[in-house]
Design a protein around this ligand. Sequence first.
Ligand SMILES: [Zn+2]
Length: 104
Amino acid sequence: MTAPPTRLKSIREERVLEIAWPDGSETRMPFRYLRGRCPCASCVNEFTGERMVDVPDVPEAIEIEGAELTGNYALKITWNDRHDTGLYTWDHLRELCSLREWEA
Ligand SMILES: [Zn+2]
């Protein structure tokens, strides 16, 4: 199991979430990308794995309205588009950090 991040900081002016891990790696992940990688059942079809809400579907002005830890395994994010069902597990976040798809 992935160890929790050592730092999670929302930087509103740049619309990025700063994520630091125990190994010292740091990532600044755009809100829009993160919202477009929401793993919940209304964003990804549970049966087919098809993604229903992808990064291009997310408004440019997306913001994090609130975030809370769920147990010690995930971050639950409330977005300003009223979406709040996404649980970002450390595994999922870590994978997104390593993929860096938003830089492509
Ligand atoms: Zn979702």
